[in-house]
Design a protein around this ligand. Structure first.
Ligand code: ASP
Length: 363
């Protein structure tokens, strides 16, 4: 702007010197031009407004219209999601990191028996629990994850430890639990994680499976799939993205099965240049479709906007492949996408105003 004003002055004074400009009008014009130039906003000198902070969570995608979701359960689930959103908000409002907000929100969902992560995780075919979690920092693209852990109260904390304290990205089983022990994470006996609801769910699905083998309709089986993983993506005041996911996996899964949630690029991904994503749904399809990274890749290589990229991947590619589920996704401008191709997805958003918004069904 300053340079432009100088050239106008130079042009005017040259005209006056050579007698080619009308000096009577030149001076007021000159002043007006300089004033206008000074008042005009300059795109070069003004930094882009700092993005607001945002936190988005999910509590799993799946069937929500069945008898399973009573009004009381819905109220309790929404209250827990509100609490998770507010916990993350309190981190972000103080200028805290998106990573810490993601963890604060996920811990609350892990501690609740209502969601399929931490306490209340779904059961394997052997009636045991095997939990997976991961976290990714969009600023550094550092990531950490744990898989098939059986005693760690908050697997998301262990994912953070793997990221911060080891040169690795993914630790599984006993080795992962050793790291948790070394760093004083809270460990719980296996019984802590197992709820009556999950025992009943396993019984019902195993009975149905027997019937199904004997020729019953598959639809009944689908309605009992215990999808309900939790995840969070956040954008902090510094403009950094983070994503995290935590799960007990899929009900009646084979002992030792690991899903998409601890796999960076499949169930979780974050990169400041594109977006932060956490997925929920039938993990095998998310693994094969590299779903979380696919959304980021569409943005990076094709310049597709967040909402379109997320819609295309979840509502077309994943769905066409037969994969049920959804994602929460967020970019550095604070745009949010929450597509799901299942009947519903527990989800919530909180922004700087501190008012939690939650939904379960299609709206
Ligand atoms: N994606 C998880 C898994 O397959 C399940 C879920 O999202 O509920 O392990």
């Amino acid at each position: 702007m300053f340079r432009a004003a100088c050239s106008v002055i130079r042009w005017m004074s040259a005209g006056v010197r050579h007698g080619t400009r009308n000096t009577k009008h030149a001076v007021p014009h000159l002043l007006i031009t300089i004033l206008l130039l000074m008042a005009a906003p300059s795109s070069r000198s003004q930094p882009a407004p700092r993005p607001d902070f945002v936190l988005v969570i999910h509590g799993g995608a799946g069937v929500v219209l069945s008898d399973d979701l009573t009004p009381e359960k819905e109220k309790a689930a929404r209250a827990t999601m509100d609490a998770a959103l507010l916990a993350g908000h309190s981190v972000l409002v103080r200028g805290g990191k998106s990573l810490d907000a993601v963890i604060a929100a996920i811990r609350i969902l892990e501690d609740s028996p209502l969601f399929n992560a931490g306490k209340g995780s779904v059961l394997t075919s052997e009636g045991t629990v095997g939990m997976d979690a991961s976290i990714m920092d969009g600023a550094t693209r550092k990531a950490g994850a744990c898989a098939d852990v059986k005693h760690v109260k908050n697997p998301i904390d262990l994912a953070r430890l793997v990221m911060d304290k080891t040169p690795h990205v993914l630790l599984a089983g006993e080795g992962a639990e050793m790291l948790a022990k070394e760093h004083g994470l809270v460990l719980m006996p296996a019984d802590y994680f197992i709820t009556d609801h999950r025992k009943l769910q396993l019984q019902r699905i195993q009975q149905l499976e027997k019937k199904f083998k004997a020729g019953e309709k598959k639809a009944q089986l689908n309605s009992l799939e215990g999808i309900g993983t939790v995840g969070a993506v956040a954008l902090d005041k510094h403009g950094n993205l983070a994503a995290g996911t935590s799960t007990g996996g899929m009900v009646n899964k084979r002992f030792g099965r690991i899903g998409d949630s601890p796999v960076i690029g499949a169930g979780t991904y974050a990169h400041n240049q594109t977006c932060a994503v956490s997925g929920t749904g039938h993990g095998e399809f998310f693994l094969r479709g590299v779903v979380a990274y696919d959304i980021a890749a569409k943005m990076e290589y094709q310049g597709v906007a967040l909402t379109n990229a997320a819609e295309e991947v979840v509502m077309r590619k994943l769905k066409d492949a037969g994969g049920r589920g959804g994602v929460i996704a967020l970019d550095t401008k604070g745009n949010v996408a929450m597509p799901f191709n299942s009947e519903g997805m527990y989800r919530g958003v909180i922004r700087a105003d501190g008012k939690p918004w939650t939904a379960i069904r299609k709206e």
